[in-house]
Design a protein around this ligand. Sequence first.
Ligand code: SF4
Length: 371
Amino acid sequence: MAGVYISWPFCAQKCTYCNFASGVEKPEIQKKYLDALCLHLSRQEWPFLPETVYIGGGTPSLLRPEELARIVESIPGRPWREFTMEAAPGSLQPQWVNEWVRLGVNRVSLGVQSFVEKELRQTGRRHNARTVAEDCELLRRAGIGNFNLDLIAGLPFQTEESWEESLAWLDRLQPPHASIYMLEVDEDSRLGLEILGQGSRYGAGAVAPDEDITARYERAATFLGDLGIPRYEISNFARPGFRSLHNLKYWRMEPYLGFGVDAHSFDGAMRWGSPEEVRDYVTYVRRGAPREVAVEKSRPLEERFLTGLRLDEGLPVDFAALPEALRSRIETAIDHQLLVWNGKVLRFSSRGILVSNEVFEGFLGADSAES
Ligand code: SF4
């Protein structure tokens, strides 16, 4: 069964480390975007009945309920098995959350990033630990017991002790799902530009070295495992029954349709995307949202490795059927103890997970390259 992704790319502020297609925009631009998004959705001929819906961004929790209602009214299949709303802590209001529930939202992902005020202020976030605790309480009262809390290992000014403080809050709040990201500074973010230019406004000099970031990630994985929230994907941890059904579709290469800026779609054979800029997206929808704007043929074998290996359950592999180049790169990764092969399934070792991006880079193009 397939999923639907919707992008709402507007935020109350731009965080220093963020390189998503998101930002602060005037209400009239947001209105134009909303109209284009609703038009795009209303024109869609659905090749499947969606099972999951995910609205991310950006900060979709800033949408007024009547705006959210306009967006979802064209999506068939309600009640969806899972409908996730990404939310910024502090943007939740009881009436709005009740409206979300009425519209089918049954999962919320809170972009917490840290529970430590110094780290939050430095990135531009406005909430604090108490805000997050109140939001969790509000969600539970409204009947949304399925929620995720995101943390980033390696934010500027984070220390071993402050990381422990953030982890302790996970213990206090007992979320059924948590995501732990290792800070990756993109050159296009304000923090990334500052690191290149050696400035100090966004805390570039206070970013932890890579080895500390990986140590914090490992500590979090152990901590969450001990809490009964084991890892099921490189960055994602869940209690039994609380894995993200929508995100599993990406990793298992099931079809999905994306709407909004920089939203991607996959029909099982082809991939395509929409423009990254709000104005370009509005024009694109007015032109009928032509799929050929950014269409690319899927590379099924390569993609199967890049997505399937992210899951702790691993990837069933028939070595004899693999192209020589790919087989030899996998064997090298096994020899270096980055991947583990049990005779049926290939998966990352605990060391390999820490350098998964480098391992994935080694697989690029290997499905067709000569050895
Ligand atoms: S990190 Fe989230 S809240 Fe911050 S600017 Fe990016 S999308 Fe918006």
